[in-house]
Design a protein. Structure first.
Length: 70
């Protein structure tokens, strides 16, 4: 399977990565996907992404997870 992030707006609706000007790559493992998010979460937040969910193929691993510091 491939690990990938689903981007979500403040209401929880799915955002098209191209619509917010980012490319969300697929990864071979969970660790690489989480590392990518760790390197890019600030840019995603600046572009209007409020939460993200991690998927392994069609199976949700976890989320939604907020990007803003509380």
């Amino acid at each position: 399977m491939s690990w990938h992030w689903r981007l979500e707006d403040p209401s929880g609706s799915t955002l098209d990565p191209a619509a917010v000007g980012v490319e969300v790559p697929a990864h071979d493992n969970q660790g690489d996907a989480e590392s990518w998010l760790g390197e890019n979460w600030r840019e995603l937040l600046d572009r209007g992404v409020a939460t993200v969910s991690l998927f392994d193929g069609d199976r949700k691993a976890y989320g939604p997870m907020g990007l803003a510091a509380t």
